[in-house]
Design a binder for this molecule. Structure first.
Ligand code: PEP
Length: 262
């Protein structure tokens, strides 16, 4: 079954005291909320910077359906890679997810498909579920090549996997022009692309797999526009950047997602 998932990608934000108060704010907000339904169908994921993974893991201890993700992992198992962090390390502190292929990593750190797949492999070997990001650039959308680009991104990466491994992946469709820009995809644009991705999954892996893969939308999704995006039938949740740094907004988006019918 496709699960609803909302993941907060903090990126390189927050000091230790700020990180602590953000998690406490989210946990308090969830505790006080009277507007969350079917909590057991929804996974909440927090992706803080590496130094706070352990702290966040401790803060969420015993809380139902809340998990920790890393924002990245390195593409080698271990060794002389000063400054890097391995999938095994992330897993060993109790994280359950890792974001792989975020457009900021593809762009600023030149991460290519081959490197991303090494990360995916290592994540799975270490029992981490990859949240794998894909999405087109603004000029690719403007020249109406967005479907072609997304199809190729899948073909070059996660569509090379065995079906059983692929089923452990979460896809995040993040049009690059919408990330951190305030330019959100319309609900119709998001639905159209999510449905396209789902069809491709069906053709590649079959019907059973389609019904197991959650596809999240990311790109300037916030408390004001989440309802219309999450209402779309093929949008199973969100990968949230800026709006996940405000506890109240993030909790409101969790409430919104919990109340959608899928
Ligand atoms: C992201 O970083 O994945 C993201 C979607 O950022 P924002 O919500 O700020 O656009």
């Amino acid at each position: 079954m496709r699960r609803k998932i909302i993941a907060g990608n903090w990126k390189m934000n927050n000091t230790l005291p700020e990180a602590t108060s953000l998690v406490e704010g989210i946990l308090n907000g969830l505790e006080q909320s009277t507007n969350i339904t079917n909590r057991d169908l929804l996974d909440i994921v927090l992706a803080p910077p590496y130094p706070y993974l352990n702290l966040c893991k401790d803060l969420i201890k015993g809380k139902q359906g809340i998990y920790i993700a890393a924002q990245n992992c390195y593409s080698e198992e271990k060794g002389a890679y000063t400054g890097e962090v391995s999938a095994a390390m992330i897993s060993s502190i109790g994280a359950k997810y890792v974001i792989i292929g975020h457009s900021e990593r593809r762009n600023y750190f030149r991460e290519n498909s081959q490197m991303l797949m090494k990360k995916v492999d290592l994540a799975l070997k270490n029992n981490l579920r990859p949240i794998f990001c894909i999405g087109e650039l603004i000029h690719e959308r403007q020249s109406e090549r967005h479907f072609k680009v997304v199809r190729q991104q899948l073909a070059d990466t996660v569509f090379l996997m065995k079906e059983n491994d692929f089923r452990r992946i979460i896809i995040a469709y993040e049009p690059v022009w919408a990330i951190g820009t305030g330019l959100t995809a319309t609900p119709e644009q998001a639905q159209e692309m999510h449905s396209f991705i789902r069809q491709l999954i069906g053709v590649k892996f079959g019907r059973k797999t389609i019904n197991n893969i959650s596809i999240l939308y990311g790109g300037s999704c916030n408390a004001a526009n989440a309802a219309s995006l999450f209402a779309m039938p093929d949008v199973d949740g969100g990968l949230i950047g800026g709006a996940s740094l405000k506890a109240g907004d993030f909790v409101s988006m969790i409430e919104t997602l919990s109340n959608t019918n899928k």
